[in-house]
Design a protein around this ligand. Structure first.
Ligand code: SIN
Length: 498
């Protein structure tokens, strides 16, 4: 396919946002060896663009640029940096329609969800444009009459940020905004499957006046770019959202140069519905929590545990609600579920369903590839699932809801916590005292009580156990990009006694 045809697939109000090169030191750049990578629309298979397939040398150039830019950027006042972030936020909102369209085109999610992602993603930029002004230190009461003890917070240095395809904008702003507010500079590697939104966001950052070298974007060979980041002494911090497998590799590699690291990894979220839940509210919660982004978020509900007394009623009402979901191309009005991102994801979903059915699960709705073909899969509900099944242990990352029955609170808590993951968990009960005790017992970084849409720029996002390290968003999120420096002032003379 010729370049003109490829470009024609993407029609934006502002075609200046359709960037197809990396960004190094303020210059739009091709890969050193001119290799390229096709970006596809997962709904149609069309090639949307060819972007550079960058490697080690490109990444090293970006790191060098970020390194040179660090001192001047970190020495600016926080107010100065935050003004630019605020401008970036304004531009993101001004270009909301184009960003949402790019997200839908390269990720496949319905346009309404993509619009929601722009607001969510922009929210991190707005939030940290303010929070950057509140990076306070401490004065510690000194045990010594001649010494004064202080703590200051300083930018950690150059940050390597590696982001996933499931939120092409929000996972970038959630890392880049606090890092820039703190005074760090960045080399960003967006997912190869969804770089166009990242590049558009970077173009808006350039327009906002973020100086050359402060934000660099390289995409391509994940192994080479990752290794360049991990091996560099200049890169002092790695922030990653993605699989637990890759997170562990990065954690091991970070030990070579003892980098600060934050990891937002896989989940296996239980949704527990107790006999004392409001069924209608629980059905809505399960629907949003399971089928958002076609089940492709790491906080998506993975297992639905339903108490015996409400199981039949819930499964009937939930199945009816799932039958109403509309599968299709994300740009088509009324569509509530797009395609899966690629064939590998589709195969994983199929394998989970086959495994569950072979071990006794029954399909209440769906259970097959969708008639639209490609990577579309039917919204699916399985009943009679148990802890022997793959779907109990692993994140399905697709539109499959397995229902499991339980009798007592203790059994539900045991089932919910019986996983190596600890990202998000949800529970539905109308009894607040009951809900409080359940929330305390769940070994997870985030708990939604009568709510499955819990993500927000103002709240700390992150997990326990093998779901990761550190938190993103909120006042806590900026700490990931700061070092504490203890300052001891010595030889202070006797205090004035007047
Ligand atoms: C993720 O899937 O990694 C993020 C989901 C969210 O921010 O809600």
């Amino acid at each position: 396919m010729g370049f003109a045809q490829v470009g024609a697939m993407v029609q934006l109000k502002n075609m200046g946002l359709f960037k197809t090169q990396g960004l190094i030191n303020g210059e739009w750049a091709n890969a050193l060896d001119n290799r390229t990578l096709a970006v596809n629309n997962p709904a149609t298979g069309d090639v949307l663009a060819n972007v550079p397939f960058m490697g080690k040398i490109d990444a090293e150039k970006a790191i060098a640029a970020a390194s040179v830019a660090f001192l001047p950027w970190s020495k600016r006042t926080a107010f100065d940096r935050c003004k630019l972030l605020r401008k970036w936020f304004d531009l993101i909102l001004e270009n909301k329609d184009d960003l949402a369209k790019l997200i839908t085109l390269e990720n496949g999610k319905p346009l309404t969800e993509a619009n929601g992602e722009v607001v969510y993603g922009g929210g991190f930029v707005e939030y940290y444009a303010e929070e950057g002004k509140r990076v306070f230190g401490d004065i510690i009461p000194s045990p010594f009459p001649t010494k004064r003890m202080l703590v200051m917070k300083q930018a950690v240095g150059v940050v390597g940020a590696i982001t996933p395809w499931n939120f092409p904008l929000a996972m970038i702003t959630r890392k880049v905004a606090p890092a820039l507010a703190a005074g760090c500079t960045i080399v960003l590697k967006p997912a190869e499957l969804t770089p166009l939104t990242a590049l558009a966001a970077a173009e808006l950052a350039v327009q906002a006046g973020i100086p050359s070298g402060v934000l660099n974007v390289v995409m391509g060979d994940a192994v080479e770019i990752g290794a360049a980041m991990m091996d560099s002494n200049e890169v002092r911090k790695i922030t990653f959202t993605g699989s637990t497998h890759v997170g562990k590799l990065l954690m091991a590699a970070a030990s070579k140069t003892v980098k600060k690291i934050s990891l937002e990894l896989g989940g296996n979220a239980p949704l527990i519905i107790f006999n004392d839940a409001d069924i209608e509210i629980a059905v809505q919660g399960a629907l949003y929590g399971k089928y958002r982004n076609a089940g492709q978020t790491c906080v998506c509900v993975n297992r639905i545990l339903v108490q015996d007394g409400i199981y039949d009623k819930f499964s009937e009402a939930f199945t009816k609600a799932v039958q109403k979901l509309r599968v299709g191309h994300g740009l088509d009005p009324g569509v509530t579920q797009g395609p899966l991102i690629n064939e590998a994801s589709l195969k994983k979903v199929e394998a989970h369903v086959q495994d569950a059915v072979s071990k006794g699960a029954k399909v209440l709705v769906g259970g097959k590839r969708h008639s639209l073909g490609g990577t579309f899969y039917q919204p699916t509900v399985l009943c009679g699932c148990n802890d022997e099944m793959l779907i109990f242990r692993e994140e399905v990352f697709g539109p499959v809801a397995p229902l499991m029955r339980f009798q007592t609170d203790e059994e539900a808590i045991k089932m919910a916590n019986d996983t190596e993951y600890g990202l998000a968990a949800y529970a539905y009960t109308e009894n607040i005292e009951h809900g409080w005790r359940i929330a305390e017992a769940l070994d997870y970084g985030m708990v939604g009580l009568n709510e499955t849409l819990i993500s927000s720029e103002v709240a700390p996002f992150g997990g326990t156990k093998q779901s990761g390290l550190g938190r993103e968003g909120s006042n806590y999120g900026i700490d990931e990009y700061l070092e504490l420096k203890y300052l001891c002032l010595g030889n202070i003379k006797q205090p004035f006694m007047c």
